[in-house]
Design a binder for this molecule. Sequence first.
Ligand SMILES: [Zn+2]
Length: 399
Amino acid sequence: MADVLIEGERIARIGPGVGAGVADALDGAGKLLLPAFIDGHVHLDKVLIRDELREHDGTLAGAIGAIHERKRRYTVADVRDRARTVIEESVRLGTTRLRSHVDVDTIGGLLPLEGVMAAASDCADIAEVRTIAFPQEGLLRDPGAFALMEAALEAGADVVGGMPHWEEDEASQRDHVRLCFDLAERFDRDLDMHVDETDDGGVRTLEMVADEALRRSFVGRVCAGHVCSLAAAPHDYAERVIEKCARARISIAANPVTNLVLQGRGDRGLVRRGVTRVGEFRTAGVNVLFGQDCVKDGFYPFGRGSMLEVALISAHAAHLTTHEDLAFALRAVTEGPAQAWRLADYGLKAGGRADLQLLAAPSWEEALRLQSPAEKVWFKGRLVAENTVRSELYRGMAG
Ligand SMILES: [Zn+2]
């Protein structure tokens, strides 16, 4: 048992007795204090639009197509309101940092970015939200998107996104990767790309990304999201590319929650899970994170900004059951995304930013199993949310 002493926005000291004599002390005995969660992969511009979309075939391509019509009708206020709602819900459930992809393409232009940035500023008192300029419709497939990407970065998007596998052929995929790295270098931004979100094991843009990162010595600054096709690819390719990812210190944002429902749609009988090689990345020492990805949009009808739920579903998808596995699941929604985000001040440590949560469970494994919402959430040392759960059980013989 230790005390955590908070001064202003920071943790000043941690240790037995360091809180002695503090007037506004809080007794957390029997409960679990954790750093607040980080959602390292979410799409705040698209959240909560599902009820306005036509039904589709349930695939990634089906969802992207179904969203086009709605995207044409986006307004800044509309995006801003929906994004703000999900940021607030996330904070209530213990997440104080979110990194959001935001579509940048010739359908919505920069309007989604404007809306999400406005929501981020609306919520600056409760959360830190960063944006990733994401060419959802491709760069070569969508002429004009590259100029919009430049404009998005000039307008303040924090990270360069990408989606190379969405291009028409291998040469275009390679060009897409090169263009994204050019932007990252020119604007001095990190990269966070959607990579190989398909069951087709022949799609291999992850290796293009890893090769490019190594060639340019852009090491420790790239995150690759989804990476589903790696699960379907031959083992020799997988081993080679995982080793390259480790060398380039690429983070992998596995988002099993959405990929469980998006992938494997064409399979009968043994249906593929669409989940990347989480265990092999882990063994190779590659940083892995789990993201919410979607909240009630065209890709996924569920989601509520609960990283506790994301960790639980991801644990099912990635066969995480031992004590060590479950500690890894916690890392994938805390330290993992912090590392991908290159945060120096994250975590329960002296000097760390006091973004914390108190869970009404004696251990992480119990919190995960029982899905106990955070009793209290702090952002920069200030209490920003509280939850109480009331449950009564009435016993006794009838009559
Ligand atoms: Zn995504």
